[in-house]
Ligand binder design. Structure first.
Ligand code: EPU
Length: 336
């Protein structure tokens, strides 16, 4: 376990924004996590972070940031060609996608290249190219921050939706820290190729390794290279509107062919399209800018952006899209 005080957290988030945290604590075992939770002298609030790939610190942070450095992963073969994976929650999602590809275990290949830890994947139901983490999730082991009590969260309890779980709801947010995750993969090939032009780029019966390679290439072609530009991936969620709202938008914009996808509670429109049509692609505000290849992403363009500059650009995008289309975008990135 390490406890460091008054730390610059630029390296702890993928945005690379400079801000100070009163304390940063790392741990690598359940016993250490229990000690940390029992230690009432740490600055509060205590916020558990993963790889910091979905976080925006808008100012210095007066509390403690907690990081799981446990590195245990276990693959257990079950009777029915299924593999049960048990992983410490801090393990990067893409490391697990890489292992799965090496062993030819199917289920998370479409999530290749997503930054962030597997614990964060559980909480925010990460998704890409037609697969969401909920599709493989089995259960997570968690500890209650206020009491140190243990409990499991099963698939049924998690109430998963698009970039949503029970643990993101107002009532449950921040109450539990997840320290271990169980999910299920399969030895039986099951390519999911329906998203965008994935099928045309890999053919009808690709190997798992071919899918992983194609997904990483697609992401690399659109998303900023993290070693060059700090970002948090998609900054906004794709909005879901009602059918009548969608008809209104189509009627008001006869010159546009508005892309749309059916969603459980309405119609999903790509936020990237709306931002693009507002002419904001590449738009720069101070040290922050809208990524020129995928306008759903805000980048720390110069490396010197502050949290408030990113926030100012976020507000400009929301206001512009609202004025042009009457749709309110909501950030996917969590603000701290
Ligand atoms: N589009 C434009 N202009 C652009 C780029 C995209 O109009 O410059 C429109 C196009 O109509 C395109 C559509 O947006 O078809 C969708 O674009 P894309 O396939 O890149 O997906 P997205 O909806 O923008 C979502 C996820 C990504 C994930 C991709 C692929 C969210 C918030 N984002 O983006 O996730 O990689 O699909 O599945 O759902 C992330 O969460 O950080 C992330 C990168």
């Amino acid at each position: 376990m390490t406890i460091k005080r008054n730390i610059d957290i630029a390296r702890l988030t993928t945005f690379g924004i400079h801000a100070k945290a009163a304390a940063v604590v790392t741990y690598s075992s359940l016993e250490e996590l229990e000690q940390i939770i029992a230690d009432k002298s740490l600055p509060t609030p205590i916020v558990h972070i993963g790889e910091g790939s979905n976080l925006l610190f808008t100012d210095d942070f007066p509390g403690t940031l907690l990081i799981n450095e446990g590195d245990s992963v276990e693959f257990i073969g079950l009777d029915d060609n299924e593999i049960l994976v048990t992983a410490d929650a801090g393990i990067p999602m893409d490391l697990l996608c890489g292992f799965a590809a090496e062993f030819d275990f199917w289920g998370i290949e479409n999530l290749s290249g997503i930054p962030g830890s597997v614990g964060a994947a559980v909480v925010q139901n990460v998704g890409a190219y037609g697969v969401e983490f909920k599709d493989v999730f089995v259960e997570a082991d968690a500890i209650e921050v206020a009491t140190g009590k243990h409990r499991k969260f099963t698939l049924d309890e998690m109430n998963y939706g698009y970039r949503y779980s029970l643990l993101k709801s107002q009532e449950w947010k921040g109450r539990y820290f997840i320290y271990r995750v169980k999910f299920r993969l399969s030895e039986v090939p099951n390519p999911k190729l329906d998203y965008g032009n994935l099928r045309s780029s890999v053919g009808e019966s690709p190997t798992l390794a071919e899918i992983r390679k194609a997904i990483i290439a697609m992401r690399d072609s659109k998303l900023p290279n993290p070693s060059e530009y700090g970002s948090a991936g998609s900054f906004f969620k794709n909005p879901v509107v009602s059918h009548s709202e969608f008809e209104r938008i189509v009627a008001e914009n006869p010159e546009l062919e508005i892309p749309s996808y059916p969603a459980p509670d309405g119609i999903k429109i790509p936020a990237a399209f709306l931002i693009d049509k507002c002419g904001l692609k590449g738009h720069q505000l101070g040290n922050a800018s809208v990524w020129h290849k995928q306008p759903l992403v805000i980048v720390n363009h110069t490396g010197n952006a502050t949290g408030s500059e990113i926030l100012a650009l976020e507000r400009l995008i929301v206001a512009t899209v609202e004025k042009r289309f009457g749709i309110t975008l909501h950030p996917e990135v969590e603000h701290i």
